[in-house]
Design a protein around this ligand. Structure first.
Ligand code: MD3
Ligand code: FE
Length: 204
């Protein structure tokens, strides 16, 4: 079922469940080519979330700033291709949420283990905010923090479970959001891990 969080933000509960095994298998090939790493923020802090990417562009952070890059800085090679099962699910979800044709050119993969958190932020590194973002949760459950357009607004807490898909865009595109520190509720297939795939149109 669809849970609307805002005018143009919703959770498609369980939408990815029929594809979970295929998503995880496809993901294993991505992680083999572009292993998870803990990026450093421009301020010098190491992120507790481990990240990798697939598709034409990947999100990276270092002392110089945040940006999208066509190459994996760890290897100098292009990011692995975006698996077809990833792209199809993201496109289907964007359509169901009312955003029409979505052509993602970046898929950022976040890996959480118990205690990992993602502090409140906005996604502002993409060229054009008119495109929606789609996120797919796999593995352990997490408490998603859904804030407002200012940091001051107290975020709502929303449980995201294995197979849930979130889509947001339009007037909700620049909402502050984050993930509360993960608790250890091991998942039968992934163990003490949560994976989040976020699909973006980062370039022109
Ligand atoms: C933003 N990832 O990679 S995605 C990120 O679960 C990121 O790993 C989180 O934030 C994660 O930048 C959250 C889910 C999400 C859902 C709804 C939103 C992000 C949102 C609504 C507005 C803005
Ligand atoms: Fe984000």
């Amino acid at each position: 079922h669809i849970e609307w969080l805002g005018e143009q933000a919703c959770v498609l509960h369980g939408q990815a469940l029929p594809h979970a095994a295929a998503l995880i298998d496809a993901f294993d090939a991505v992680a083999a080519q572009a292993p998870f790493r803990h990026l450093v923020t421009p301020g010098g802090a190491t992120m507790s979330v481990a990240m990798t990417n697939c598709g034409p562009l990947g999100w990276v952070s270092d002392r110089r700033g945040y940006r999208y890059s066509p190459e994996d800085p760890a290897s100098g090679l292009p990011w692995p291709p975006m698996p077809a099962v990833f792209r199809r699910l993201a496109q289907q979800a964007a359509k169901e949420a009312g955003f029409g044709i979505f052509e993602p050119d970046a898929c950022l993969v976040n890996r959480y283990t118990p205690g990992t958190r993602l502090s409140l932020h906005q996604d502002r590194d993409e060229q054009d905010y008119k495109h929606p973002i789609v996120s797919v949760s796999l593995g352990m459950p997490a408490t998603f923090l859904f804030g407002g357009l200012t940091r001051a607004e107290r975020p709502r807490r929303i449980l995201l479970e294995h197979g849930d898909v979130v889509v947001w865009g339009g007037v909700d595109r620049l909402r502050f959001h984050g993930i509360a520190p993960l608790k250890d509720h091991p998942h039968p297939r992934l163990g003490s891990v949560r994976l989040n795939l976020t699909f973006r149109r980062a370039g022109a």
